[in-house]
Ligand binder design. Sequence first.
Ligand SMILES: [Zn+2]
Length: 419
Amino acid sequence: MNRIRLARLPILLLTFALVSVRAEAQITAIKAGKLVDPATGTTAVNQVILVENGKIKGVGSGLQIPAGAKVIDLSRATVLPGLFDCHSHMCQMTLPDNRDLFTTDIRQTTSYRAIIGVKSAREYLESGFTTVRDVGNNGLYADTALRQAIENDIVPGPTVINAGRIIAPFGGQYHLQPERPELGNPEYLFADTHDEMIKAVRQNVQFGALVIKIVVDDQKYIYTPEDIRFIVEEARKAGLKVAAHCMTEQGARNAIEGGVASVEHGFRMSDETLELAKKNGTVLVGTDFPEKAAEYLGLPPDIALKFHNIFLDRLKRAFKVGVTMAYGTDTFFQVPGETRGTLAISYIDTFVEAGISPKEILKIMTTNAASLLGVEKQRGAIKEGLYADMIATPENPLDNIQTLKKVSFVMKNGRIVKQ
Ligand SMILES: [Zn+2]
């Protein structure tokens, strides 16, 4: 370092210190005409929310707005916590002309998948999803790279709880042929023995996974309750929960008995298995495809309708039984005219069709989801001390849930994303 540079150093440091102090001191005051608390399904009027350093500093009707605070006037809108999608695949995208997972996955490189993820993440955030749990199918850890890029402010996106590679019995969700078994990589970590299961969990933890995703029953040989308990225990040691993809009644039952945090899909769950989920505190992430989304899975309209009706029936029964549910969509495909975010929000239509009240839907999209993801002490409510993740809608979603499709304001970690 030469002399001139050295001489400038104190000035540089002082400037840096002043900028830091100013950034820290910046308080944002949000005037909320209505403020919804999804946990209780109640609305408070004329509230002020103070945000500092990315977190909520205070909420109330008589709060003094400090001098110099940046004021955001949402007095004509309804403010509520940011939404959650507990079942995303941000780095996967089948196209309308190629809806087959296997060919899509093997044709796209991980770097290409990461770029898809950047687009999905921005679209999720713009639609009001401030947190997502991403459950695999991301090539070779494109999801970890995406999460880190969001955390390091390189690209915009929601808070991500990512799964890394999906752990599954041999073959995963593919039907391989004997000459090319390696085509199952890197999409899945095949684990059939307990040694392989330990290794698969640890590999995921090492490479940045924050949740473990297993596929229980997409082959004729499925994970037993003992296998699942073993994986759950290994994940627990590293502080991770387990999400289980279950397509069959038996698979869902095994997953619940094995102690997973959530059953994903669970389309074939009987009332008895739903009761068991309720008893054990297993959360159902139903990925309840609306009819249109089912069509874009590549199913002919009559089959899409048939599937949609199966999802709808299970959703109604799950609600009747009283299983704890968290919102999850499973959008991994491109629908013309829709972004990943608008597509994800459209799944509320299935809940409306099932007769579930706006109050319950909101809880499923925020409070329940935050607890499932283990972030309830940081996110999922507008309360002092939590991160300032919030959205605004023109109407009160407790009166008209469809207003969630018109999110007009998004703040994540105290920063405005959309206004
Ligand atoms: Zn999925």
